[in-house]
Design a protein around this ligand. Structure first.
Ligand SMILES: Cc1cc2nc3c(=O)[nH]c(=O)nc-3n(C[C@H](O)[C@H](O)[C@H](O)COP(=O)(O)OP(=O)(O)OC[C@H]3O[C@@H](n4cnc5c(N)ncnc54)[C@H](O)[C@@H]3O)c2cc1C
Ligand SMILES: *[C@@H]1O[C@H](CO)[C@@H](O)[C@H](O)[C@H]1NC(C)=O
Length: 365
């Protein structure tokens, strides 16, 4: 492509940056617009878990699709992104089985279910309307472990996180996308990476300069024992147990903690033992025939969380007679995978709107 071609830089190669970059490519090629799309990131997808930092959340996620009732405005917005992602995974799986998406049953055991949860599973119809997931079955009392008040199961998906991100990156490159490996000091620095950068997407996970952003530490353990469904249990004390298999022999995730504002990047052995104890209590089949759980590695990751949820917003500045737009897309917290295609759709739409604004003859500032 010509050196002076118009460019869009997406900061971040996590699930949000990659999904957004792909949908931006698609929407621009539909409109036959000639932009070069570049992903600039400090870290890129890596096949070996443990080779990337705790800050790169997308390498550490389980990741399963687990619906949360839309009981607040933020959760309502997220529920609509969730539905889009569930629908997209359903169509992607048969078409692109190599992506790393695994369809399977999801099981939930809740110790203290809110009314919103009771309403969510009132009927299969309401459930499917709210979540785009199918085949709900509410468990009867005899099927529930001790101390569980509500249990249900449904058809859902798990994602082998590193495999999936590598697959998205490959797709982006095959379509002509470029990458730059760089640790940026500011989203505005991205305008100087190449000539003629018209727009920057800030999908950097955590907005460190944003006072609403904070990390939610997650400690999980990747084990080699296979498992054939994903189970989530809410305990009375507010802690959670979950098991998430990764397809293509990627092992099984046993989790997990949600430690708000905890910057500790080291896994704790005591925490691992506690996770295993609760796991065996809820899903004893995780042990192999020798009664063992075989550890691949302990994992700590930081969920890029934000008060009020994801920031999707354009910021425009005039610099050197030029209009510069940044589209922010960070703060997915613990739900980046299950919301990814919905978020990316909104980001691509906002990018389209900003480019149209820029091409108007009169500046709006
Ligand atoms: C233990 C754990 C379990 C999880 N389970 C689930 C789950 O079951 N389901 C689910 O949906 N989600 C889950 N998540 C959450 C999910 O991982 C995140 O929401 C998601 O990965 C966020 O993606 P992201 O692209 O916004 O950020 P990240 O994956 O953190 O990517 C950020 C990108 O920006 C780059 N970057 C950042 N700063 C700079 C800079 N200054 N210069 C250049 N590049 C920069 C990074 O290098 C990286 O490429 C889990 C997370 C953890 C930790
Ligand atoms: C993304 O934007 C936020 C808010 O302006 C900022 O704190 C953060 O540093 C930006 N990310 C990058 C990589 O520039």
């Amino acid at each position: 492509m010509a050196k002076d071609s118009k460019k869009i830089v997406v900061i971040g190669a996590g699930v949000i940056g990659l999904s957004s970059a792909l949908l931006i490519q698609e929407s621009l090629s539909l409109k036959k617009e000639n932009y070069e799309i570049i992903i600039a990131a400090h870290e890129f997808p890596h096949p070996h878990t443990t080779k990337t930092s705790v800050n790169y959340a997308s390498m550490w996620a389980g990741a399963h699709l687990r619906p949360i009732p839309a009981s607040t405005p933020q959760l309502e917005r997220e529920a609509s992104w969730f539905r889009k992602t569930a629908a997209k995974f359903r169509s992607q799986f048969p078409q692109e089985p190599w992506l790393g998406i695994l369809p399977l049953r999801g099981v939930e055991y809740l110790a203290v279910p809110s009314e919103a949860y009771q309403n969510l599973v009132r009927s299969e119809d309401t459930f499917t309307k709210e979540t785009a997931l199918e085949n709900l079955r509410v468990l009867n009392e005899k099927e529930l472990p001790d101390g569980v008040a509500l249990g249900f199961e449904y058809d859902t998906f798990c994602v082998n996180a590193p495999v999936y991100c590598m697959a998205l990156l490959r797709k982006f490159l095959v379509r002509g996308g470029k990458t730059i490996n760089r640790n940026l000091k500011s989203e505005w620095e991205a305008f100087s990476l190449e000539s003629n950068v018209r727009l920057v997407v800030n999908a950097s996970g955590m907005g460190f300069g944003d006072s609403k952003s904070f990390p939610t530490r997650g400690q999980i353990c990747l084990v080699s024992n296979p498992f054939d469904k994903t189970i989530t249990r809410q305990h009375k004390d507010g802690t959670w147990s979950f098991v998430i298999p990764r397809c293509f022999d990627g092992g099984t995730v046993i989790g997990g903690t949600k430690d708000v504002n905890d910057w500790n990047s080291e896994p704790s052995l005591a925490t691992r033992e506690e996770l295993f104890r609760k796991a065996v209590e809820t899903f004893p089949e995780i042990k192999n025939s020798a009664g063992r759980i075989d550890i691949i590695t302990d994992v700590v990751g930081r969920r890029p969380t934000r008060v009020d949820g994801m920031r999707i917003e354009a910021e425009v500045r005039q610099e050197g007679g030029e209009t510069r737009s940044v589209v922010h897309a960070y703060g997915a917290g613990g739900r980046g995978y299950e919301l990814s295609w919905g978020i990316a759709g909104d980001v691509a739409e906002l990018v389209g709107r900003e480019l149209r604004e820029q091409s108007k003859p009169v500046s709006r500032l």
